[in-house]
Design a protein around this ligand. Structure first.
Ligand SMILES: [Zn+2]
Length: 687
């Protein structure tokens, strides 16, 4: 009877749902299994030995009285607030003797600096994973940039009623106990799985004990990061200009540098690339006013670095390179001055790299005996590349590459700290008159198999923030308001947002957007067509989906900023519709920019009003080409739902993805006044 009814329901709904074309993809080969926390009920013991620690574990030792509750933080930072505490005895860690320690909200102790200061140097927004954070801490502590004892690193709720930290001390011990709940709000994160109680205990002999009476969550970073690197050389390049060394799962790339020589002074970039066919990872550092290390290509995170007169060293963790560490991987390097671009000449010679797979991570629960360097384990949800190219390459072996826009979702939680993701753009054909970058969009065919792609976002798990109904404490949202807002924002990056105008007051060409490709915070960007009725029962302020603000002008140079709910679907501003090729220049009303802005409060800005008129935009950026009559109006969108290979896709998540797609199609029709059509890509015929 039940089966009959479900068939009937399915048949009744199917015709109405025909527009839905979410494509489930069995994604076993691109999923690395989860590795879940297994230390509940255990204590890890790290006893100092010359240059390292001897490690063992035991049944959890009694936590004892937690001691004094820590109140107002000395370092206010939402991701990891901190306290500075003198130690009751000198404590040796990382080759130094410490008299004080920082207790941090993200479940760790640091020496020298609070994590509140370290965190922004390895910021996690938008797409960090537990593994990328573990890798960054490993890389940076190996390089000497930070020192950490991580009881259970994670982003915890800062509210006092959700997370408490205690310490007690005597001449014999210094003990910190954390009682935490994970951080979540309506625009980020996951529902907490329950309380976590864990402890770090330091003793005068330099020993460290980490105890786990109760841990409800499955992920986090555990271990000691005293740094140190005693690797062996595994390869050199360019006559010894760069050498690669390995110590366990840590790689060091060390560049020779002759300080003072004119050649060395001209080198602004030091980098190596590792490539597995079209998949590449770049690890580099640019020297400017302050050194900026980076991962590029299909790797993300923050490499560690160390610079002295003779060498520049970069540190990476092998699991950060898992998109390229495959049999056949090759590496290359080239020093570059400001004018060099050997990539363009295609003359970068690569040679085989002697490491073809990430090193298997250590297991703390069974570890015994002596270890050097950082001793840690990253517990994480299943990993799929947070760079979408390898996923898209895989997807387009199963589905035709017909999409202009792509969003990749998963029906299972993946390793992703924030449940968020940025975009890769711009691709596809050139558009003139909306920014220099848009005149030379990239062709991603080698890494995605598509010549048509214009923007791709994901992967993202269809977690709480992508649900149909949401609360922000003030309003009830419906119709997947955050999912639609996020997708429309990410796809909006296809048009670059690099518009300029000629300031009529100064005659100078100025940017209307900021360096991250969003409208300037001081540009007035009200939505041209309002969409709030689709998503809420009461109106909300609609600024451009691509940022800026809606300003109300007060007297005497005061502008009041209207703060909308974060990332919620809202309309497009006239300038959005113009760069998208949906309205002509004559349809763009004047707006304004606030020059010499001074923020008086979160909502109040003082400054000078500069009119922003379309003729000044065209004067600076040139006319949009193709223009409104020739521009693309129909866009194919592909929503892919990855599922683990040994099962069917989750029916509820498939329904959720279909709901998001339907809302997105309706949203574009409404927000563009019917000028733009999103067409759902049709799934491949089942054979
Ligand atoms: Zn953005």
């Amino acid at each position: 009877m039940r089966a009959c009814r479900s068939v009937l329901v399915f048949m009744m709904f199917f015709p109405a749902d025909q527009a839905s074309a979410v494509v489930p993809i069995s994604a076993g080969p691109v999923i690395q299994p989860g590795h879940y926390f297994d230390l509940e009920g255990r204590t890890l013991n790290f006893r100092p030995s010359p240059r390292g620690y001897s490690v063992s574990s035991s049944r959890v030792r009694p936590a004892g009285a937690p001691g004094e509750l820590l109140g107002k933080a000395d370092y206010q930072f939402i991701r990891s607030w901190g306290y500075r505490k003198p130690l009751p005895f000198p404590f040796r860690f990382g080759g130094k003797v410490w008299r004080e320690v920082f207790i941090n909200g993200a479940g760790n102790l640091t020496f020298g600096r609070p994590e509140a200061e370290l965190y922004p140097e390895r910021d996690t927004w938008p797409d960090a994973t537990m593994q990328s954070v573990g890798g960054s801490i490993n890389d940076r502590s190996t390089a000497g940039q930070e020192l950490m004892i991580s009881a259970l690193w994670a982003i915890n709720a800062p509210e006092e009623e959700k997370t408490q930290m205690y310490f007690r001390q005597s001449a014999r011990e210094f003990v910190v106990t954390w009682k935490t709940e994970r951080y979540q709000w309506f625009g980020e994160g996951y529902r907490p799985l329950g309380p976590n109680i864990f402890q770090a205990r330091l003793t005068p002999d330099g020993s460290i004990a980490l105890s786990y009476p109760k841990v409800s969550e499955k992920d986090g970073i555990v271990g000691v990061f005293p740094g140190g690197f005693s690797g062996r050389q595994i390869a050199t390049l360019n006559g010894g200009f760069v050498e690669a060394s390995q110590a366990g799962g840590t790689l060091r790339f060390s560049f020779a540098r002759e300080k003072g020589s004119p050649q060395a002074a001209a080198i602004r970039l030091y980098r190596v690339t590792l490539a597995d066919g079209a998949n590449t990872c770049e690890i580099g550092i640019s020297l400017g006013d302050s050194p900026k290390p980076w991962f590029g290509g299909q790797c993300t995170g923050n490499p560690g670095y160390r610079i002295d007169d003779r060498r520049i060293e970069l540190f990476a963790t092998t699991f950060e390179l898992q998109n390229v560490l495959r049999p056949g991987v090759r590496w290359a390097t080239w020093p570059a001055g400001p004018a060099d671009n050997p990539e363009q000449d295609g003359h970068v010679d690569s040679v085989p790299f002697p490491l073809s797979a990430p090193v298997a991570p250590a297991k703390l629960s069974t570890m015994k005996g002596y270890r050097e360097g950082n001793i840690f384990e990253v517990f994480h949800y299943p990993h799929v590349s947070k760079n979408p190219y390898p996923l898209l390459h895989y997807i387009y072996r199963q589905a035709p590459p017909q999409d202009d826009f792509v969003a990749i979702f998963t029906d299972f939680r993946i390793d992703d700290l924030h449940n968020h993701q940025g975009t890769r753009t711009p691709y596809g054909y050139a558009v003139k008159g909306i920014g220099a970058e848009l005149t030379e969009p990239a062709d991603t065919f080698p890494v995605t198999r598509s010549h048509k792609l214009q923007a791709v976002t994901g992967p993202a798990y269809l977690g709480p923030r992508y649900e149909e109904f949401l609360e922000d404490g003030d309003r009830h949202f419906k119709n997947y308001a955050n999912a639609v807002g996020w997708l429309a924002h990410e796809f909006g990056h296809r048009w670059g947002l690099a518009l300029q105008f000629r300031n009529p007051q100064t005659g100078k060409v100025e940017n209307l957007s900021n360096s991250s490709g969003h409208w300037s915070d001081y540009l007035n960007t009200p939505a041209m067509i309002s969409v709030w009725k689709m998503f809420c029962d009461k109106p909300y302020v609609e600024k451009s989906q691509m940022e800026g603000f809606v300003y109300y002008e007060g007297p005497a140079g005061v502008f009041f900023r209207q703060i909308p709910a974060w990332n919620i679907a809202s309309g497009f501003s006239a300038l959005d519709l113009y760069v998208m090729g949906l309205i002509g220049p004559e349809e763009v009303p004047d707006t304004f920019l606030i020059a010499k802005p001074q923020i008086r409060s979160g909502q109040e800005v003082w400054g000078e009003r500069v009119p922003v008129r379309i003729q000044d935009i065209v004067a600076a950026s040139g006319p949009r080409d193709p223009g409104v009559h020739e521009s693309q109006k129909d866009f194919t969108v592909g929503l892919y739902l990855l599922h683990e290979g040994d099962r069917q896709p989750d029916a509820a998540k498939l329904k959720q993805a279909a709901g998001i797609e339907k809302a997105l199609v309706e949203y574009y029709r409404a927000a563009t006044g019917g000028r733009m059509h999103l067409i759902a890509a049709q799934p491949p015929a089942v054979n």
